[in-house]
Design a protein around this ligand. Structure first.
Ligand SMILES: C[S@@+](CC[C@H](N)C(=O)[O-])C[C@H]1O[C@@H](n2cnc3c(N)ncnc32)[C@H](O)[C@@H]1O
Length: 250
């Protein structure tokens, strides 16, 4: 997709981006309510009270633990990274909710609500994940998903957005080569970086949902701060910091 590649692209990235990844060690997210409310609405803790919740793509477990602290009866955090699951277990232990939280790579346990925060742009196969989520929901259950920035946002490339839209300006090869200077997981494509990065757009997400067993019951986008006009459908791909939606069974 990008246009600047080869040795020139790599050298430019080294000069502009340095080794940004090295300066961002994993830091646990805040354990407060604010981000949960921003992502899932002011009534999120009411909605979870007494229920079984799955947190899909739970990372270090911050949201899962907050759910348990704020009244969920049981929380199952799912992630593909062992290191994230270990951090999540330690956090639940520290916060005194380990008896109500389980962290694993998969589960068969049915849930009332599947939460997913900042993970849909990382799942290698989002359609397959929606099918799994659907299979885990009990009657009347729903998926509450919040994710972004998506691929066409100025920072949609996450680590690869060393400046706005740089992930679209440089070729995948040059971006991956630059990243390999300070990340040594052997990734050769965006999709292979630890935790994944699938380049999803908002329109693609809608198409993927439409092809699966669930439907979008509610959806809105949160524009870049101070730029409410970016909520308009014609420009939402470029200016939505967050996509929030509820999926229900068809
Ligand atoms: C950006 S992190 C978000 C973590 C957490 N939800 C948060 O908001 O702090 C995305 C997470 O999704 C996880 N992930 C990616 N693909 C996954 C999959 N197929 N199944 C479960 N988790 C996955 C990654 O390992 C990563 O921890």
């Amino acid at each position: 997709m990008g246009i600047i590649g080869g040795e020139i692209g790599y050298r430019m990235l080294r000069a502009i981006g340095g080794e940004v990844g090295r300066s961002v060690p994993h830091a646990p997210g805040p354990l407060g309510d604010a981000r949960m409310i921003e992502c899932f609405g002011a009534d999120i803790f009411e909605r979870l009270r007494g229920l079984t919740v799955i947190d899909f793509g739970c990372g270090g477990g911050e949201q899962a633990v907050v759910c348990a602290l704020r009244g969920a009866a049981r929380v199952i955090g799912i992630d593909i990274q062992d290191s994230a699951l270990e951090r999540a277990r330690a956090l639940a232990e520290r916060e005194g909710v380990a008896d109500r939280c389980t962290f694993a790579k998969r589960t068969d346990e049915p849930a009332d609500i599947v939460l997913s925060k900042d993970a849909f742009e990382h799942f290698e196969d989002p359609g397959a994940i929606i099918e799994i989520m659907d299979g885990l929901l009990g009657p009347g259950g729903r998926v509450l998903a919040s994710f972004g920035p998506t691929w066409l946002h100025p920072h949609g490339g996450h680590l690869f957005s060393v400046f706005p839209w740089s992930h679209l300006v440089f070729t995948e090869r040059s971006l991956i080569r630059w990243r390999a200077d300070f990340k040594h997981d052997g990734a050769t494509r965006f999709s292979e970086v630890a935790g994944g990065l699938n380049q999803i757009t908002i329109a693609e997400f809608e198409r993927i949902v439409a092809a699966g067993p669930m439907r979008i019951a509610e959806m809105d986008t949160v524009p870049i701060r101070g730029m409410a006009w970016l909520k308009h459908h014609a420009v939402r791909e470029f200016g939505s910091s967050l996509v929030r939606c509820t999926l229900v069974r068809r």
